[in-house]
Design a binder for this molecule. Sequence first.
Ligand code: NAP
Length: 683
Amino acid sequence: MKKRLLSFSMAVCMVCLMAMTSCSAAEIPAASSGVDMDSAKLKSETRTVSTFSDVPAGAWYAEAVNYCQQNGIMSGTSSTTFSPEATLTRAMLATMLHHMSGTPAVSDAPVFTDAVAGSWYSDAVSWAAKNGVISGYGGGTFGVNDPTTREQAVTILWRCAGEPEITATADISDLSSISSWARAAVYWANANGLLDGMMENSRFDPKETIKRGEVASMLYHYLSNDANSHPELPAGGKLLVAYFSATGTTRTVAEKLAETTGGDLFEIVPAQPYTSADLNYNTDCRANAEQNDPSARPAIANTVENMGQYDTVLIGYPIWWGRAPKIIHTFLEAYDLSGKTVATFCTSGGSGHEDATLHDYEPNANWLEGRRFTGGTDRNTLEEWISALDLPEPSPAVAAAASAASKADFNFDTKRVTLNSGYEMPINGLGTYSLHGETCVSSVKSALASGVRLIDTASAYGNEEEVGQAVREAIEELGLKREDIFVITKIYPGSEMANPEQSIQACLDRLDLGYVDMMLLHHPDQNDVNAYRAMEKFVEDGKIRSLGLSNWYVEELEEFLPQVSITPALVQNEIHPYYQENDVIPYIQDLGIVVQGWYPLGGRGHTAELLGDEVISGIATAHGVSSAQVILRWNLQKGVVVIPGSSNPDHIKENTELYDFTLTDGDMARINALDRNEKHDWY
Ligand code: NAP
């Protein structure tokens, strides 16, 4: 959808420029039934401007109101009034966008129970929903009379523009109150002048209802802004695999399907998780009660961001008493899948088949035949099902974007991964936290002699000079080149991030290696964005090659990423079998960012328990390796780079011997099951 609408902005933009340059103030083009894309018609039809008594000539939005009226995008609320202070309903916004798009005819579009047939907005609402411009609420309603907030309006317009990426930073003082799903849109709008006149003291007030005068101004700036003339991209089919999994069986199938199709993965997370007692079907359990209650709609804790972008949705669920769990009904009621291709897959070890009653929720979707799978279904079987479905082809643009942002693959032959910065990084290294003085120098040299080519240090560890010295000596003694060794360092919150240029240069000086391969922000901080931007300048100067973050999780990344120009190449977070970050890792990897784990062996003080864990030592015995090697290999097989710390040359060497054995799916699953969400440090 977002691609299809791009054309209107360019056409209208041309129209408005012609109108503005070729007409006198008293003679302006008429477009009584919306903006006509035929510029010749606009040029030949003119009429006198009507002035609105409630739009003073000097009002900041006056020119915009005139413009929108002249081009048939907005009309008055009466023949003499525009009501610039009145709030904008969803039906009004749909109508404006429909007009801007040339008021295309609507067929086979969803009909909403709260939209009056034949009313001024009915076609626009159907058009907006059909094209994913504004989705209905589910349950057959559109919310025609509901007011639109500022962040909603901006996001809708941004979608129409093709969701352009914006890297410039917006000067917005109430950034934290903007919903994460709206931030990119607000940055874009601000950077392109769409919010001019709307920001008092740099405040956006995202949750305020948007007023008609403000919308006129926003649309005026949008349509007369060259920055919105984006090249048209081919339409294509983006795919979402949405699933609910109570015990992990459906998750396994969903993950494989997402990999097979290149689609996005969305887990439907119940607001109240299901315990094993809830699922004990032989008792009067919660699952049974819900399945027997037609009105049960268990709440969902999360939402699909921008469902409008997907053309195909695969929905997965376990079979409960022959039917889909009621949470799937909640999901279908929450979204409008009209016009999309939809298929379900269900999981059950025995009998059962897809729950066709679900089709009733989305009568306007193109339902394809669903399938039942067992938990252990192999990839070939899934691929066969997908091929037989004959899904819409992804467009080249969508496929290219997907591959650019796809998880960076580890090469187990070269023991390296290619970062999004274009540089290669080894996937196992040495951590130097708590190594100092001569111990640090000898440990780093011992690691380099054992074949380690990745060293992790930080300003806060107080050992950058020793690390630099060890690297320089090893280059000399082992005949290595500087480019063979990948050194990571970090700058710390507080005074270092408050004076980033100085701190970055100090790291470079202490290491004294010419350049640093990667620099991370050690933790989030009030000055982190500025500090990162300073690091970006050092990248431009060639003194740093790649950038990254440490101790950044999903929310922090959502807030941070839109504000910087260079996407981080790496995020370094605590990861070990007792603290697995299973939600965070795939999120980061899906952004094309490599994940690196600190405290891979649990960290000092915790290694004995982890290395002695029965499951881990059992797997180690079976493979004839050590517990440490099992843990490090488990990380690598999850796509997590490892940097174990050690001052013991035997351990250092042992920690490099990770490539002559492979953990089975069963081994991986058993280690995955050890997660306790047990952090071993505060950050
Ligand atoms: P770790 O790697 O989980 O554990 C280090 C401990 O494991 C040491 O006591 C070491 O003792 C022992 N060990 C290492 N290899 C072993 C083996 N093969 N068998 C038995 N014991 C072994 O903890 P860490 O060093 O604290 O963390 C790793 C690195 O992550 C740090 O060095 C640092 O670079 C980084 N880090 C980053 C952050 C951050 O905020 N970004 C925070 C913490 C750590 P021996 O010396 O006796 O081998």
